[in-house]
Design a protein around this ligand. Structure first.
Ligand code: ADP
Ligand code: MG
Length: 350
């Protein structure tokens, strides 16, 4: 579906392992004073002085987490970095370094890895993180990418999942459900393409949702905004598996209940129109879709005036006593229990 615009294919064997690492990482510069030694030694040396360190890692497997028939490989590199940084920001921390490990089969020419690393480099630049190491090895099946992100935070600023208190407001950044609907459109086009490879898809009315799927952003800006507004969330999590699943994590770990108002959930108009076209309920998508990489947080009622009217932050509900359970209050004022239908990585396995 994605045309190969670069027909040149240099085999990885021509460079050898060390030549390949050198070639792929030559453009990475060091931006943080906390990076004392980056790529090139046996291990990176970091010095975060008096800050606390957060560390998070993700593993992405071809045909489990991504499908290269419609994901441009440069976007994949970008996304692999962004999904990790999102976890760092969800701790209210600043991301400073990443490591990138890849396993590749001989199906991939050098040019494909150059594109992958161009995406990694673009994300590293934009989010201001140093690439300080990784590992490179071969795979017999497809492409595997693992990114580890390191961040720093002042001890007093760390935000955990476990701090939500009764009467806190439940707040979400941006809008949700778009990445999932983007995936539905891409999957549909893939099927059309299989039947008729001549068919040129017209994706104009889906640009936002496809971009949300292929090129998600991590909400570093929200962490900065909260600092500027002088709001420290009482708990926070990033939305990777869908609003339901994440709100359940917050409630379980904080020992509280929640009420979410259906009519408050922020949806982009393209999500609404695409849901209508696919005949799916947009609230179901917002609750269970996933891959939004927005931040879901609770804030104390006292902080409400500071976020009121901010277009980046929407209050969608509030925290209750645990014994009141977790409910969605529908437009018809019915209380429906929230259950996790989040995408389960193990579901695909035989
Ligand atoms: P070792 O044999 O000790 O694992 P390598 O030869 O694999 O060392 O790596 C040499 C250097 O290159 C190390 O600093 C390592 O972190 C870095 N590196 C290896 N592979 C990658 C990669 N895919 N991306 C970024 N850095 C890498
Ligand atoms: Mg190695």
């Amino acid at each position: 579906m994605i045309e190969d615009k670069n027909p040149q294919r240099t085999s990885l064997e021509e460079l050898g392992e060390f030549g390949l690492i050198e070639h792929l990482t030559k453009n990475f510069d060091i931006k943080h004073s906390s990076t004392l030694t980056g790529i090139g030694d046996d291990a990176a040396v970091l010095d975060h002085k008096s800050k606390q360190i957060v560390v998070t890692t993700d593993l992405l497997i071809e045909n489990v987490h991504f499908d290269l028939s419609y994901v441009p490989i440069k976007h994949l590199g970008y996304k692999a970095v962004v999904v990790n940084l999102s976890d760092v920001y969800a701790m209210n921390a600043d991301a400073t370094q990443i490591t990138v490990s890849i396993a590749v089969s001989n199906r991939f020419p050098l040019e494909a890895l150059e594109a992958l690393y161009a995406g990694i480099e673009t994300a590293a630049k934009l989010y201001n993180v140093d690439v300080v190491g990784g590992d490179t090895t071969s795979s017999t099946t497809g492409l595997i990418i693992s990114v580890t992100a390191i961040g720093e935070v002042n001890e007093a600023e760390v935000v955990l999942r476990s701090g939500a208190k009764v009467n806190d407001l439940l707040v979400v950044s941006g809008d949700i459900g778009a990445a999932y609907m983007g995936l539905q459109v891409l999957e549909r086009e893939k099927e059309v393409f299989k039947v008729n490879p001549q068919n040129q898809p017209d994706l104009d009315s889906y640009t936002y949702i496809i971009e949300r799927q292929l090129k998600p952003e991590a909400r570093k800006d929200i962490v900065e905004l909260l600092k500027k507004l002088d709001v420290k969330p009482t708990s926070m999590i990033d939305i990777s598996d869908g609003l339901s699943s994440e709100v359940i994590h917050l409630c379980k770990q904080s020992d509280v209940g929640v009420e979410i108002y259906e009519n408050k959930i922020p949806l982009d108009p393209q999500v609404i129109s695409t849901c209508e076209e696919f005949n799916i309920d947009s609230t179901t998508i917002a609750l269970n879709g996933g891959e939004d990489y927005e931040l879901l947080m609770t804030i104390s009622q006292e902080d409400f005036p500071k976020i009121k009217g901010n277009p980046n932050l929407t209050v969608i509900g509030y925290i209750t006593e645990k014994n009141r359970g977790m409910h969605l209050i529908t437009r018809g004022e019915q209380a429906i229990p929230i259950i996790a239908k989040g995408w389960n990585a193990l579901e695909n396995q035989a």
